[in-house]
Design a protein around this ligand. Structure first.
Ligand code: PMT
Length: 397
């Protein structure tokens, strides 16, 4: 999402993992980025420029003194054009040069000239990676604000086992997206709830709802990408936990209540996107209930209202954002919830709006604020709505 229209200058340096940069090029382009590939001369021993030219749609540049290019000073043009500068794989040699400002080829001269955020994904033999000089060079780059994508551990191409395998493409893409994202939530602690709750009736049955968790997971993922320290308390869903969040799985409303309330005081922002069951079976049977009569009445009892409890004990400066899912009288019901539960903001969505609410990748909502103002959010991807919610919460902070 954050890569559309961005220029990624991808530098490929000479290691066996150079072939994996082809996949990275293809995925970056698929995500909407323009990819300009630079290669060290030794990288071309492992994979040819033609591969990158085919995948990126641009000529791959290797030699500083190549005279076939239209641009007058190629490395300066690319240094300026870059929204993000990526070295993947980065050898010990190029890391050492980067740490010490040595500029003796296209990759290192362009790196020295760029003002774009830099992402470095090391890949090398484990002994080279663990060598204190490499570690010191990496620490120098980290201290300078370079984002490092830690290599994975495993069996390396040289036969050794240890750290040094190039991180997988998804991980590198994630760090690139982070480099392109304004860290406007850095230093803030954000707790998000997501998904349904499950209220057990007996060992085989439960009461639940249709929440997929997509809305809450989108808020958690975007908040983490924007630099927040995020805790995601989630009911059972089919989704994987987003990267860089502390994940707390729960099942029932009472589990969610305990998980949220015990962490609430440490949070700057709490977003309650979960669809919490209002009632649970009055009794949880220890054995499977057998069928008997044609009719059966199931006594239910009220669950604690987590949002109301949070609203009742809000710390000064803490922001509380609730959701309301309605099938009728959306604004009226949402306004009532905002006031009763002492929220700063409430996101009202209706099951009656096409593409909104449960399960969809999109949502449409009205944002209601404690001062009585409102904002309409038309149908958009849940990630975009998550960003809008976080933008508005930051404005209230
Ligand atoms: O998960 P998805 O498939 O992506 O769907 C997203 C969603 C529709 C679940 C989400 O956008 C949404 O609307 N979540 C809130 C659903 C809901 O439970 O609404 P409600 O009107 O019943 O509750 C109002 C608020 O009180 C919510 O913030 C809810 O988390 C909270 N609540 C409700 C009951 C309860 N016992 N404790 C609570 O904290």
């Amino acid at each position: 999402m954050g890569l559309t229209g961005k220029t990624v200058v991808l530098c490929v340096t000479g290691g066996i993992a150079a072939y994996k940069a082809a996949d990275l090029t293809s995925k970056l382009r698929g995500a909407g980025a323009e990819v300009r590939v630079l290669m060290t001369a030794s990288a071309t021993e492992f994979i040819t420029p033609v591969t990158f030219e085919t995948l990126s749609g641009f000529r791959a540049i290797v030699d500083t003194f190549d005279r076939d290019f239209a641009w007058e000073v190629e490395h300066i043009s690319l240094a300026k054009a870059a929204d993000v500068f990526v070295i993947a794989p980065a050898t010990a040699n190029v890391i050492a040069k980067a740490a010490h400002g040595i500029a003796d080829d296209m990759v290192t001269t362009t790196l020295l000239a760029t003002g774009a955020p830099v992402v470095v994904a090391p890949a090398m033999n484990t002994g080279m990676y663990d060598n204190p000089v490499t570690q010191q060079n990496l620490a120098t780059l980290r201290a300078r604000g370079v984002l490092l994508v830690e290599p994975a551990a495993g069996r390396l191409a040289c036969g050794d086992t240890g750290r040094g395998k190039l991180a997988d493409t998804a991980e590198i893409m994630h760090v690139i997206e982070r480099a392109l994202t304004r860290q406007d939530l850095a230093g803030r602690r954000v707790l998000v709830t997501a998904g349904p709750t499950q209220e057990a009736l007996d060992p085989v049955r439960f009461l639940s709802n249709h929440s997929s968790g997509k809305m809450g997971y989108a808020v958690a993922a975007r908040a983490a990408l924007r630099g927040a320290e995020v805790t995601l308390v989630s009911g059972p869903t089919a989704l994987s936990a987003p990267r860089d969040v502390a994940f707390v799985p729960v099942a029932s409303a009472r589990d969610m209540y305990d998980a949220v309330l015990s962490r609430a005081d440490a949070q700057d922002i709490i977003v309650k996107a979960a669809a919490v069951g209002d009632y649970r079976p009055a009794e949880e049977h220890s054995e499977k209930i057998k069928k008997a009569a044609d009719d059966m009445t199931l006594p239910l009892t009220r669950n604690p209202d987590i949002l109301a409890a949070l609203g009742g004990r809000k710390k000064p400066g803490q922001l509380l954002c609730g959701f309301a899912m309605e099938t009728r009288d959306l604004i009226q019901n949402a306004q009532d919830k905002l006031r009763r539960k002492n929220c700063d903001m409430l996101v009202a969505n209706s099951l009656r709006d096409a593409g909104a609410g449960f399960q969809h990748d999109t949502n449409a909502a009205t944002l209601l604020f404690a001062d009585g103002s409102r904002e309409t959010a038309p149908l958009m991807r849940k990630e975009e709505l998550a960003d809008l919610i976080l933008d508005r919460l930051l404005e209230l902070a």
